[in-house]
Design a protein around this ligand. Structure first.
Ligand code: FAD
Ligand code: NAD
Length: 463
């Protein structure tokens, strides 16, 4: 195959890589993207999208069961629902296909050349791509490493048999009767809750002394209460040790071992940057632990080599990867850009959902910032009451001196849709007065954001 020369080579077609390539193509940069598996990366194929489809399916089935058992909305009843999980999975796969097909079309429209194959650096400007039809050499003025992340296994619980990662958990063809989940983080609780709602008996094992230890306790309390309502058993301060036949062996904080019966064991104890397989050893990159070290322009220690997304470490979130990709494309196109974001909001799609943007009161204190904060509970919000779910709250954190908002958090049903208001407020440098003075439509959960600002200003209206 004749060698290819281009201005920009992107390695990896996930949210980081494909967004970078599309924007570069739109800017007239001669761009090649190499993807060894499916366009869309983890997010579209085995992550964000299929997990959210499964979460929604779980919610629908659970709601229908509520109507059948009389525990749903007063006055509404229905017969017992049935689940054809294969059809549900086919629906989910259809969404993935539509989205990944859309990415392929967008790349084509932007004039990006896509090569299916595995890329490996020979040096900082030359990459060898192994394709099904042979080896292809690509020379580029700039290269973006967007190879993502991979699942972490536990020493006593290698993947295989009934020990599965999120990838297999999202592709099961039937709902397991008994599902043990190791790790009460994002993946464990999102997928664990979905399966609990689909009818599985779910047990969660978490090494720390509370669920979702990355969030503050106030935000996770409604989630813990809901897990209990859903019949999910949670073992805290417990470490999964090994699988033994159809059981998971767990060690409690005091050293006792317990066997938890399980048809499937989902291990979800974190993800790690994918730094193998693309020739890291051929490059003089600096590392930050397991991640590729980058500066505020996503430049690595090697001239002309950028890295974006999960391969650069936490927070490993699709929207961060996309924002980095868009920025790097503009840099390669000759713009002056730098990572100057005020926040990368995070959403945990548990039940109820959790959203964080900026600093929590504890994080502000840890940074030596004198802050004040106010919360508004959904039990005083009309819209929340009309949905039958008024658990949770919105919290606003502001600097004590000038009342600039430095953090917004929420827990509650549907609060994922507040995340963009939170991020916009922080990016625009909103003050408490700005939020308080913004007309928030009624009835909506968003009113709780305005009310939290009022409360922080000492003039709460509806509480
Ligand atoms: P990836 O999406 O991992 O893409 C990297 C691509 O590079 C892959 O397609 C891979 O095949 C390719 N590649 C790797 N090496 C090579 C090579 N040598 N040559 C060619 N190609 C290569 N994030 C959110 O923001 N919201 C969510 O709701 C969410 N849910 C998630 C649920 C699950 C179950 C999981 C696992 C993750 C979830 N994430 C979520 C995280 C999100 O998927 C990642 O942050 C995001 O996909 C990172 O994008 P990326 O482009 O850096 O890497
Ligand atoms: P995580 O870091 O969110 O949670 C892992 C959990 O496993 C932690 O609570 C940890 O204390 C626990 N743990 C570690 N070792 C253990 C052991 N031996 N026994 C019991 N518990 C143990 O990791 P994850 O859930 O695997 O998710 C990985 C990453 O994927 C996330 O950090 C996030 O970046 C991304 N993700 C994001 C979303 C989202 O944005 N909604 C959803 C899913 C995944």
């Amino acid at each position: 195959m004749p060698d290819i020369s281009c201005k920009l080579l992107v390695i990896g077609g996930g949210p980081g890589g494909y967004v970078c390539a599309i924007r570069a193509g739109q800017r007239g940069v001669d761009t090649v993207l190499v993807e060894r598996a499916q366009l869309g990366g983890s997010c579209l194929n085995i992550g964000c999208i299929p997990s959210k489809a499964l979460i929604h399916a779980g919610e629908e089935f659970h709601r229908a069961r509520g109507f059948a058992s009389g525990s749903g909305l007063p006055g509404i009843s229905a017969g017992a629902p049935s689940l054809n999980f294969a059809e549900t999975q086919a629906w989910k796969d259809g969404i993935v296909r539509r989205l990944t097909g859309g990415v392929a079309s967008l790349l084509k429209s932007a004039g990006v050349k896509v090569i299916e194959g595995t890329a490996r650096f020979q040096d900082g400007k030359t990459v060898q791509v192994s394709t099904t039809t042979g080896e292809q050499l690509v020379r580029a003025e700039a290269v973006v490493i967007a190879t993502g992340s991979k699942t972490v296994a536990l020493p006593g619980l290698p993947f295989g048999g009934n020990v599965i990662s999120s990838t297999e958990a999202l592709a099961l063809n039937q709902v397991p009767e008994r599902l043990a989940v190791v790790g009460a983080g994002y993946i464990g609780l999102e997928i664990g809750t979905a399966y609990a709602k689909l009818g599985a008996h779910v047990t969660v094992v978490e090494a720390e002394d509370r669920i979702l230890p990355q969030y503050d306790a106030a935000l996770t309390r409604p989630v813990a209460a809901r897990l209990k309502d859903l019949g999910v058993t949670v073992h805290l301060g417990a470490k999964a040790r090994r699988s033994a036949g159809d059981a998971l062996v767990v060690e409690s904080a005091d050293g006792d071992e317990t066997r938890l019966p399980a048809d499937k064991v989902l291990v979800a104890v974190g993800r790690r940057p994918r730094t193998d397989g693309w020739g890291l050893e051929e490059l003089a990159l600096e590392m930050d632990g397991h991640a590729v070290r980058i500066d505020e322009q996503c430049r690595t220690a090697m001239r002309g080599v950028y890295a974006i997304g999960d391969v650069t470490g936490e927070p490993m979130l699709a929207h961060r990867a996309m924002a980095q990709g868009e920025m790097v494309a503009e840099l390669v196109a000759g713009e002056r850009r730098a990572w100057d974001k005020q926040c990368v909001p995070a959403i945990c799609f548990t039940d109820p959902e959790i959203v964080t943007a900026g600093l929590s009161p504890d994080a502000a204190r840890a940074q030596g910032i004198e802050a004040k904060s106010g919360t508004f509970p959904f039990r005083a919000n009309g819209r929340a009451m009309t949905t039958g779910r008024d658990d949770g709250f919105v919290r606003v954190v502001a600097r004590a001196d000038n009342e600039a908002v430095i953090g917004l958090q929420a827990v509650g049903e549907g609060v994922s849709e507040l995340a963009s208001e939170f991020a916009l407020a922080l990016e625009m440098g909103a003050t408490l007065e700005d939020i308080a003075a913004t007309v928030h439509p009624h009835p909506s959960r968003g009113e709780a954001v305005q009310e939290a600002a009022f409360k922080t200003l000492g003039r709460g209206l509806h509480l």
